[in-house]
Design a protein around this ligand. Structure first.
Ligand code: AMP
Ligand code: MG
Length: 341
């Protein structure tokens, strides 16, 4: 063999070896467990990604950028600017999100109403300066709550009537989870679990091929859990009275408001967990079903194929959709009823 040929072969081998090592390393990094906890959207979030540390960085950047657009308190956010001026040209992402959220308000007959903000603010849930508003005050504020009056233009301009204000808190985390899953998929991640303050989103399965096991909190004792579900590529979103509340004269007041009354919803449910492929839809519906209460929620679930639900009634009975019969494993011996579907 000529010297030049040997050099060429050796070079080729070296390139192959380098490529092999590179792919082995990136293979390793794909399987590397990367974890991070952060505080955003007024809650603690934890990310567990089988990928590289840059996947964590990109995820955190995305979460912070969505928060910056949607926050009701950040004076630089699209939503804050819209609430302040009544009309604002929002980004196309925010425009699309508002459009989708309005559609969910419609589908849930106004149980979800993203114009609830004046009432949420009056109760002090935004600032933490809690108070119980007079019913006359609530009635006045409810005049400004009506999602059907939000106007969207082709040019991405959103217009509100006088006194109206938007709050996307009921869907923001679910939407963020969907965006995160898309981002991670684009980055080649095959396996991830993120918990955005009770909104759990899963990508693929665990690296060993098994399903993700997601615990469902016991609304009476959140240090323990009611049971668990095993899933892949789905979101599990819970809304409950226990998640944010304050107590006055021995009575608890929580953050999910019934747009019919202006008071914290009290329609027979302690918590609602919604499971489905769209985190946005799960988030919107967990809030809405909580407001609808037991009977309406059962009806809604029976007419909606894209989600499954676990409803915990005030008497402790757990209602689940049929699909969950073999997926939800109850832990505390509560009585479980299957909602026909
Ligand atoms: P979630 O934790 O997803 O159930 O959403 C609750 C948050 O959504 C609250 O903290 C409020 O900011 C907002 N909210 C409360 N009640 C409603 C409602 N009926 N419709 C839409 N958003 C609501
Ligand atoms: Mg929600």
């Amino acid at each position: 063999m000529k010297k030049a040929e040997i050099r060429k072969k050796a070079y080729g081998l070296a390139v192959c070896l380098f490529a092999f090592l590179l792919s082995a390393c990136s293979g390793l990094s794909v399987r590397n467990k990367q974890e991070r906890t952060l505080f955003a959207m007024d809650t603690v979030m934890s990310l567990c990604i089988y990928g590289s540390s840059s996947d964590l960085d990109a995820s955190e950047t995305l979460i912070k950028s969505i928060e910056k657009q949607l926050s009701v308190t950040d004076s630089q956010s699209d939503i804050h600017k819209l609430n302040e001026s009544g009309t604002f040209s929002v980004s196309s992402e925010v425009h699309e999100l508002i459009e989708k959220a309005l559609d969910m308000c419609e589908q849930t007959d106004g149980a979800l109403d993203i114009t609830i903000y004046p009432v949420v603010k009056a109760w002090g849930f935004t600032t933490g300066e809690y108070r119980i508003p007079e019913s006359s005050e609530l009635n006045g504020l409810l005049n400004m709550v009506d999602y059907s009056k939000v106007k969207l233009s082709e040019e991405k301009v959103v217009s509100l009537e006088k006194g109206m204000e938007l709050d996307l808190g009921s869907v923001a985390k679910g939407y963020t989870g969907d965006r995160l899953m898309l981002l991670l998929k684009e980055q080649g991640v095959k396996s991830a679990l993120v918990n955005l303050g009770g909104n759990v989103h899963t990508l693929g399965r665990k690296p060993d091929g098994s399903l993700w096991r997601i615990a469902i909190a016991d609304p009476d004792d959140i240090s323990s859990y009611l049971g668990y579900v095993e899933i892949e590529d789905k979101a599990v979103v819970t809304s409950g009275a226990y998640q944010r509340n304050f107590e006055e004269s021995g009575k608890k007041y929580h953050h999910i408001i019934d747009p019919q009354t202006g008071y914290p919803a009290s329609n027979g449910l302690k918590s609602v967990t919604v499971i489905g492929e769209s985190g946005f839809e799960c988030d919107a519906l967990s809030t809405a079903l909580f407001v609808m209460g037991l009977e309406r929620s059962i009806d809604f679930c029976n007419n909606n194929d894209s989600i499954d639900a676990i409803l915990v009634a005030d008497d402790g009975t757990v209602y689940i959709t049929k699909e969950l019969e073999n997926i939800f494993v109850i832990q505390n011996g509560a009585s479980v009823k299957v909602i026909l579907k």
